[in-house]
Design a protein around this ligand. Structure first.
Ligand code: NAD
Length: 440
């Protein structure tokens, strides 16, 4: 469903009217195209406090030149050395003169550290960065994004994350806090990483619900990055699954993921194992709890949560996920903020967050596999096209970027989490929501 308001506000009368009436003014976002330009300008590296981080070589590898004309496309503020309220004044002093000059669809990334349990002054100052980041995301406008990356280890562990956040691939990710662990960011599987633009070469990815919508985009993006994809969807969607698989040079697997034998069927289809497992299949059966019979509750919990738990257990227990493997599950902002009419869906999607946070450290320790979640906000798909007009319009506008995201935005986020260099990104729930006003 085309976003006509976004097109209208790009015209001269549209700009005039929205300014006069104080209506949301979404900017057309710059997104990644293969071989296309990156961000439109150079990078400005700022520091507040005294930092021990060796960031320059990592930033140099992002491919962004140094900002020379005072209009940076990317600002990275290293605030890992901020230990107190005085240090926060340095954060203000660093950002205040530059925020206005950041180009349209530019990026601001603040680097901090995880909360310090032994130093409440430092913990307060570091937590303050979260409030600053989220607030700046809400005021910056013009398609710019603002995110906070908290580093427990070296700058190198954050490289894949910085490359993602400082590129057009993260167009719809804003207002997020991403923790990078101290664990090694390479695992034995990483040595098989492919070349720069095909980092997933030699890897096999299974994407559930990939016959259409977000799952199709995920399969497409992982294939673009070099992975061999298996497109899983229900038998009724078999033709679409086959079409997607053929286009991507992959294979289709028609299977209801809730079937008791689903895990076994996957193991049979992938006797050599797999590297990337994307739990994307999902359904909604909305109704307020007081009006919701059990037959609307059960399937939503089964598809969105129980089958994810079952399939994950079966594949991990069988050792089917190779070291360096990645599991990416799909939550939703409804699982974070809640949504009237979606107690079943909200419960299931919140359950995904519980699964990810609990399993992530154990899966990494036992299998060398990371476990993360994407939590989409309003994404333009058949699922959201079916939403009544007024609610749809509210969903689109109620975020800092004042527009819906595209399936490709969720797909690029998944591809970053699946990247061989993202081994230190574990147990994270990353919202792809344009900084939705709902939830934190
Ligand atoms: P969609 O309805 O367009 O696609 C979902 C796919 O999953 C379909 O191809 C469907 O056949 C498949 N599927 C459903 N049940 C299945 C089962 N039992 N076994 C195998 N496949 C099954 O949905 P979408 O909008 O692309 O959403 C994809 C995921 O993202 C879902 O988990 C959804 O909850 C989540 N999500 C979407 C949005 C959004 O705005 N579109 C927002 C938040 C979260």
């Amino acid at each position: 469903m085309a976003d006509r308001y976004l097109s209208f506000t790009g015209t001269a009368p549209g700009r005039f009217l929205t300014r006069r009436l104080g209506l949301p003014r979404p900017a057309a976002l710059t997104r990644h195209t293969p071989g296309g330009p990156g961000l439109d300008g150079g990078l400005l590296h700022l520091t507040a406090g005294t930092s021990a981080l060796d960031l320059a070589p990592v930033l140099a590898r992002t491919g962004l030149g140094t900002d020379e004309d005072g209009r940076p496309a990317a600002v990275v503020l290293d605030a890992t050395g901020v230990r107190d309220v005085d240090g926060l004044a340095e954060v203000h002093a660093a950002l205040h003169p530059v925020v206005r000059s950041v180009t349209t669809s530019g990026r601001i990334v603040v680097l901090g550290t995880p909360p310090d349990p032994d130093d409440h002054h430092r913990a307060a100052a570091q937590q303050a960065l979260e409030g600053l980041t989220r607030s700046l995301g809400k005021e910056t406008g013009q398609g710019r994004t603002v995110n906070l990356v908290r580093l427990a280890g070296t700058a190198a562990a954050a490289e894949s994350t910085l490359r993602f956040l400082l590129s057009p691939k993260s167009a719809y990710v804003s207002g997020q806090v991403i923790d990078i662990g101290a664990a090694p960011h390479t695992t034995p599987g990483d040595t098989a990483a492919g070349p720069g633009d095909r980092p997933l070469t030699g890897r096999t990815a299974l994407v559930t619900g990939a016959a259409r919508g977000i799952g199709e985009a995920v399969a497409e993006t992982l294939a673009r990055d070099g992975a061999r994809v298996v497109v899983l969807d229900v038998p009724q969607a078999g033709q679409d699954a086959a079409r997607v698989a053929e286009r991507l040079g992959g294979t289709a697997l028609t299977l209801d993921i809730t079937a008791a034998h689903a895990g076994r069927r996957i193991l049979e289809a992938l006797p050599d194992g797999l590297d990337i497992l994307v739990h994307n299949a999902g359904i909604t059966r909305d109704r307020r709890l007081a009006n919701m019979p059990a037959d609307r509750w059960a399937p939503v919990l089964d598809v969105n949560l129980a089958s994810v738990l079952r399939t994950t257990d079966t594949l991990l227990d069988a050792g089917a996920l190779r070291p360096g493997g990645r599991i990416v599950a799909t939550s939703s902002i409804a699982g974070i903020a809640g949504n009237a009419g979606q107690t079943n869906y909200g419960a299931a999607k919140a359950g995904i967050i519980g699964l990810v946070r609990s399993l992530a450290p154990r899966a990494l320790a036992a299998h060398g596999v990371t476990v993360n979640a994407v939590a989409p906000g309003f994404i333009e798909t058949k699922m959201t096209a079916a939403v009544p007009l007024l609610i749809r319009e509210a969903g689109r506008r109620m975020n800092s970027l004042a527009q819906g995201g595209l399936p490709a935005d969720v797909a690029e986020t998944t591809a970053w989490l699946a990247h061989p260099g993202s081994g230190a990104v574990n147990g994270q729930v990353v919202r792809v929501c344009g900084q939705s006003l709902l939830g934190a």
